[in-house]
Design a protein. Structure first.
Lengths: 113, 110
């Protein structure tokens, strides 16, 4: 069974640009959540989607947005990139509506110059 | 603000010893708690979940929960070099949302 797949794995952008990251959950998993990981702040929750609906959003500015498609695949977008957005962005999927047992992808490492 | 604290610095343990990791959380209503392991350059993976007060054992890992003290711990018995990783404590807040501590790095010395 394939795991959570994230693309691209690495990317470099400049300030002011925007970026779109993609996540394909494990087959059958309908919940997809996104986390930002930095050395200083650790893992921080961005948002979670279930059946194409955003159920929860973390404490991030509106520049961070996401969506989920009918096949459960998800994308997140960051507009007007700032240097502080440099981080590892992790997608996680869960088979159930409400367990907290997450399966993480390998992440997309974003560097903003 | 839902906070999860892991205050200990890097932990070095000799091979075969017990590694003990601690975590406290701020929200009393939390009901589900997890430990994730993250190897350097890899993504976190779930190793333990605990929902009730007391101990839960799985192989060489034991999770301990004390809701009154808002305290979760993880014991790794007979530590192996392959246990060298960062261990993340996580508290569940519904809708598959987790709050993570910043992690404790464990180094097992052969």
């Amino acid at each position: 069974k394939a795991g959570v797949t994230q693309t691209p794995r690495y990317l470099i952008k400049t300030r002011g640009q925007q970026v779109t990251l993609s996540c394909s959950p494990i087959s059958g998993h309908r919940s997809v959540s996104w986390y930002q990981q930095t050395p200083g702040q650790g893992l921080q929750f961005l948002f979670e989607y279930f059946s194409e609906t955003q159920r929860n959003k973390g404490n991030f500015p509106g520049r961070f947005s996401g969506r989920q498609f009918s096949n459960s695949r998800s994308e997140m977008n960051v507009s007007t990139l700032e240097l502080g957005d440099s981080a590892l962005y992790l997608c996680a999927s869960s088979i159930d509506l409400n367990t907290g047992e997450l399966f993480f992808g390998e992440g997309s490492r974003l560097t903003v110059l | 603000q839902k906070e999860v604290e892991q205050n200990s610095g890097p932990l070095s343990v000799p091979e075969g010893a017990i590694a003990s990791l601690n975590c406290t959380y701020s929200d009393r209503v939390s009901q589900s708690f997890f430990w994730y392991r993250q190897y350097s350059g890899k993504s976190p993976e779930l190793i333990m979940s605990i929902y009730s007060n007391g101990d839960k054992e799985d192989g060489r890992f034991t999770a301990q929960l004390n809701k009154a003290s808002q305290y979760v711990s993880l014991l790794i018995r007979d530590s192996q070099p392959s246990d060298s990783a960062t261990y993340l404590c996580a508290v569940y807040y519904g809708n598959n949302r987790l709050a993570f501590g910043k992690g404790n790095q464990v180094v097992v010395i052969p």
